[in-house]
Write a protein that binds this ligand. Structure first.
Ligand code: IDP
Ligand code: MG
Length: 139
């Protein structure tokens, strides 16, 4: 059993696809262990994406992530980090496989609808960034 952090980014919320994204998780056997909608400040977005602070797209990415509300979730299941990345599709929507979330809804390499942790260490950091113990369902 593994956990990962998923975010429906501001473009996904604006496109009214929260339900579709969650449906894809549920139909693939993934459980939701925590969920909330928030609107990040610039400082909070910069903290979340600190690993990308030296990339040329950092300022634009953190502006985008503060442009509207997001839905933050903890997903739970066997191999869920990799499974979520598979359901999301490639970072660049032009390279995203048929049937993936990004293929369906992304319009831009930046505005790509969803975030998913990429490893156990990043999942642990990202889950702790958004959720405290009381907000996480224990099974
Ligand atoms: P990931 O979200 O698929 O893990 P990362 O490389 O971790 O991709 O990048 C984080 C986010 O930064 C991406 O989801 C996307 O929103 C944005 N991003 C990544 N590469 C670029 C780029 O070349 N130009 C603009 N934005 C980018
Ligand atoms: Mg990433």
């Amino acid at each position: 059993m593994e956990r990962t952090l998923s975010i429906i980014k501001p473009d996904g919320v604006a496109k009214n696809v929260i339900g579709d994204v969650i449906k894809r998780f549920e139909t693939n056997g993934i459980k939701i262990a925590a969920i909330k909608m928030i609107h990040l400040t610039k400082t909070q977005a910069q903290g979340f994406y600190a690993v990308h602070k030296d990339r040329p797209f950092f300022d634009s990415l953190t502006d985008f992530m503060t442009s509207g509300p997001i839905v933050v979730m903890i997903l739970e299941g066997d191999d869920v980090i990799a499974k979520n990345r598979e359901l999301m599709g490639a970072t660049n929507f032009k390279e995203a496989a048929e049937g993936t979330i990004r293929k369906a809804y992304a319009t831009d390499i930046e505005k790509n609808v969803v975030h998913g942790s990429d490893a156990p260490e990043t999942a642990a950091f990202e889950i702790g960034y958004f959720f405290n113990d009381l907000e996480i369902q224990k099974r």
